[in-house]
Design a protein around this ligand. Structure first.
Ligand code: GAL
Length: 364
């Protein structure tokens, strides 16, 4: 009796181990907290170590998503018993470096960076390493630097989802590309993903790219100006717009509206901003890409605390940053349009149904 009970226990343990190994190839599960047990983790951290502090250096807090990142990251780190020291540079490279330097001198245990400029921020990594502090590149990759870990979404896939959705609606015609900020490595990855889908159709002669520009600082006002130029240069003969995110989509849609074209041609987006979700249900934006920020923030928080404790972190992927293969965790982005709005963004509580459908409901 006792023997078979033990055998059962052993078999269960083996199964658990196999399950853990089987999940090893999946960026969604690797490097996850062993159990969603904040209290236990909290006790562990407090008993064994001094108060750990994670530095979070943000490019900006002027866009909707980054406030969510900050709040969710802070809450997750605190849940693990550590503290967060946050600074935001609002688009200023010199300021971001200075802020990082002061966090380094304040003695943060790990530095988590959302770089404004992919290249310039390499200086932050060098300075942190001189002080023996590890650096996590959060959402955006720092290039040409010995980054310790990269936690983000599959950004090339984001671009593929955007182009896939727009091509399904407009398989032939004139395309305008309103890309992100040239200084942001993600902007290049989104474009790469879009081109994976568009290039074969361009080569076939089905699609013509009639305008293609990066958007300085990701600013909607710059996207508006670019879209205006694109329309003028083509006498409004534009059939589809690839906009890299919801901010740029908003700018592009305003320019289309000025020509009475809003809602007549599809425009992509990304970030599932509230304004974009509303435009989707109202019909002026075709899609957005929803990136569940909670998952990103919680995963980064867990890994940052692990690193701060001097533990090894494991990843199943690497991403080359022009210098080294950076261990990477890449989460899955989700394409959202009118049809799956309720089962994605709303079901997740990212925005409430009431907020998203406000105008639609009022018009009834
Ligand atoms: C990107 C990020 C997007 C968007 C954009 C503008 O790097 O992945 O989600 O927010 O920056 O801030």
């Amino acid at each position: 009796m006792g023997h078979s009970w033990l055998t059962g226990l052993f078999a269960a343990a083996l199964l658990a181990l196999l399950a853990a190994c089987a999940s090893g190839g999946d960026g969604e599960t690797i490097g996850q907290p062993p159990a969603a047990n904040g209290a236990a983790n909290k006790a562990g951290v407090n008993q064994k170590t001094k108060q750990l502090v994670i530095g979070l250096s943000l490019d900006t807090l002027l866009e909707e998503r980054w406030k969510k990142d900050r709040d969710l990251f802070k809450a997750a780190v605190e849940q693990l018993g550590a503290e967060v020291d946050v600074e935001a540079a609002n688009g200023d490279d010199v300021k971001q470096i200075e802020q990082a330097e002061s966090m380094i001198s304040r003695g943060v245990d790990v530095l988590v960076v959302v770089p404004h400029d992919a290249e310039v921020s390499a200086a932050i990594v060098a300075k942190a390493h001189q002080a023996g502090i590890k650096v996590i590149s959060y959402d955006r990759l720092i290039v040409n630097a010995d980054v310790d870990l990269y936690v983000s979404f599959d950004n090339e896939k984001v671009g593929e989802l955007q182009a896939g959705a727009i091509v399904a609606q407009v398989p032939r015609g004139n395309y305008v590309l309103i890309e992100g900020a040239d200084t942001d490595n993600n902007a290049h990855m989104f474009k790469q993903g879009q081109m994976n889908i568009l290039k074969p159709l361009v080569d076939k002669g089905d699609i013509q790219i009639v305008y293609d520009q990066f958007t300085k600082e990701w600013k909607p006002s710059n996207a508006f100006e670019n879209m205006k130029t694109a329309l003028k240069a083509n006498n409004n003969a534009v059939n589809a717009v690839m906009a890299a995110n919801d901010g740029t989509a908003g700018g592009a849609i305003s320019a289309l509206a000025a020509q009475h074209m809003a809602g007549r041609i599809p425009v992509s987006g990304m970030d599932a901003e509230l304004a974009a979700a509303q435009r989707i249900v109202e019909g002026t934006q075709a899609m957005t890409v929803y990136k569940p920020i909670r998952k990103l923030a919680e995963r980064a928080a867990y890994l940052a605390v692990q690193m701060a404790k001097g533990e090894q972190v494991s990843t199943d992927k690497t991403v080359f940053n022009k210098k080294v293969d950076v261990p990477a965790i890449l989460l899955e982005p989700i394409a959202v349009n009118k049809a799956n709005m309720d089962t994605t963004i709303i079901a997740d509580g990212f925005h409430s149904r009431e907020e998203v459908y406000r105008q639609v409901d009022q018009g009834k």
